[in-house]
Design a protein around this ligand. Sequence first.
Ligand SMILES: C[S@@+](CC[C@H](N)C(=O)[O-])C[C@H]1O[C@@H](n2cnc3c(N)ncnc32)[C@H](O)[C@@H]1O
Ligand code: SF4
Ligand code: SF4
Length: 356
Amino acid sequence: MEENFWNIGENSGNDIRNPKLTQVPQRLMFDLYGGCNLRCWHCPRAAAHLGGQDSCRELVDYVLYEVIPHVRYLRIGGNEFGENLLSKHFNYFLSNLDKTHLKEVRMVTNLTHLDEDKAKLIAEKLDIIDVSLEGTGESYTKIRGYAWEKFLKNFELLVKAKRSNSKSNLKIYLNTCAFLGNLEILLGLFDLKGLDISQINFLELHPRDNTVIHECLWKDPSKTNVYIKKFEQRSRETGIAVWMEFKDKYSIGNRIKRALKLQPLRVCHYPWDCISITSEGNVSVCCMLFRIDKVKQYDRQILDILNSAPFQEFRAKVNSPTPNTECLTCQFKNPVSHEQVFLELLMKRLDQQKER
Ligand SMILES: C[S@@+](CC[C@H](N)C(=O)[O-])C[C@H]1O[C@@H](n2cnc3c(N)ncnc32)[C@H](O)[C@@H]1O
Ligand code: SF4
Ligand code: SF4
């Protein structure tokens, strides 16, 4: 499999038996902006009434000049439930991004705040853009609360910028959240082939609160498995690749294993191979943002921040016989962890985010 942001795993250069890092991890997730302009039906951000803020220029410069030179993979967004195109630093950040040593630069976005300048920069500097949508036409508007026609116009702007830059490596992926009520609608995403789409990533609904649990895929594994086959069929017909978070999860064998809790804990590499930096300058060694340290003094080296005593203590326990409590229920480690537990973890994290 071709190496990418999500699968570099053991190749990070750090030894997971050593809680102290010997080199800066190779992956960076950085949020330029912590807020969002939409209130999508499925998103925990809307349910938790989260605010959110722009990053400050000092932080952006710290990331550009003190962190990025050490990493090989950059993902803009992904730590917070935010929308990075809203940042006043977006153009500055991409214009000044030296990507000569980077293997991959990608960003997840709702694409609603695109303009011509941003589209040109994206075509020039990004390798992958993950554009989020959970349906087309009226369904899109209903779920995302944003006009489909305006979204489509922005999409066309992006495709135009990509086509008019002969050096652009940009691949356009769709990012979608699947739930029982939109599975049929999602077949329509394959009809957008004319928009240069290379891949569709299907995430499954992680319930934002108890009122939407009936929409979760695990509530109807048979229906889910039928649609997995339909998506694969449409993928073969259109040549658009698919990745499904829930591909094998609801097979009969795995359902039995989950019910009997027969799957062993996984090894989590995250604290050794990835850095999360939020728009507020919070650094974490865990993608769930458990345990944070704030970049306060911008003369501190990133490796020193990541090797602070609390982070080393956290690493020492992640894959030990007595893992951190957060790790025990985290889906990255515990494949049989129930979505309800995941929801509780998510709520805890959002509460922490609100308090900060
Ligand atoms: C949280 S958003 C942040 C980036 C940007 N605002 C966007 O919508 O692309 C990142 C992705 O998470 C997905 N997402 C949001 N809520 C979700 C949920 N409850 N379960 C699964 N995926 C979800 C969104 O659909 C989107 O594709
Ligand atoms: S899914 Fe993205 S665009 Fe929608 S509310 Fe959440 S963060 Fe905002
Ligand atoms: S909480 Fe999850 S992602 Fe974070 S270190 Fe533990 S197992 Fe890894």
